[in-house]
Design a protein around this ligand. Structure first.
Ligand code: DGI
Ligand code: FE
Ligand code: FE
Ligand code: FE
Length: 186
């Protein structure tokens, strides 16, 4: 994988400037959450940097990867919003040579969450949601809840996201519902 500087350079190439700056903010937020929750800070940095690596890839790249890596064909019913994490992790593994499964799972689950999330996965899921430039109703509450209790932050995001999706008539990826059910009682 090389040094952080080499990784940052690859991300700057792969992403538009606004998305690249988001990624740097997620990295910093992830480092803070990792420090507060006894999570490996270097893994948090790498996962924060790469979590949206595939966000700006064309649909054809994801469709090809779903076939090449034998991922669930049900994924074809969704789009970039779901693919850039779940399928993006495979692109990261093969193109950036990052093989740490905890980091790859943090990427896979950063949009929808998952029933089981390691502390690193929770850190990335929350850092993406509350990085300093995020500005949506409830984000300050999300920051407070997450600072007090990381798992409660996960539950908060799962509930808010599901509510947002239903209110706006967006299709809900089954894993998003599983995440809600698994975390809401925490
Ligand atoms: O890539 P980012 O914008 O930084 O953040 P993200 O990957 O967490 O994506 C957030 C968006 O994903 C947000 O607008 C809600 C949407 N989303 C999350 N779960 C689902 C979903 N969209 C659909 N259609 N279905 C889902 O289950
Ligand atoms: Fe994302
Ligand atoms: Fe997110
Ligand atoms: Fe993101």
């Amino acid at each position: 994988p090389g040094t952080r500087e080499q990784l940052v350079a690859k991300l700057e190439q792969a992403l538009k400037p606004h998305r690249f700056r988001h990624v740097l903010r997620v990295e910093q937020t992830a480092i803070q959450l990792a420090t507060a929750n006894q999570v490996d800070v270097e893994k948090a940095s790498i996962a924060g940097l790469v979590h949206d690596y595939a966000k700006q890839r064309p649909d054809e790249d994801f469709i090809a990867a779903i076939q090449r890596y034998h991922l669930d064909p049900m994924l074809l019913d969704y789009g970039n919003v779901i693919w850039h994490g779940v399928v993006g992790a495979e692109l990261i593994k093969h193109e950036l040579q990052i093989f740490d499964e905890d980091i790859l799972n943090a990427v896979r689950h950063h949009t929808t969450g998952a029933v089981y999330m390691s502390p690193l996965e929770q850190v990335i899921y929350m850092a993406d949601y509350i990085e300093p430039k995020r500005d949506f109703p409830g984000v300050d509450e999300a920051r407070k809840v997450t600072a007090a209790d990381l798992a409660k932050g996960v539950a908060f995001q799962a509930k808010q996201t599901l509510q947002y999706l239903v209110t706006n008539c967006k299709p809900v990826y089954p894993k998003s519902i599983d995440t809600y059910n698994a975390w809401i009682s925490r």
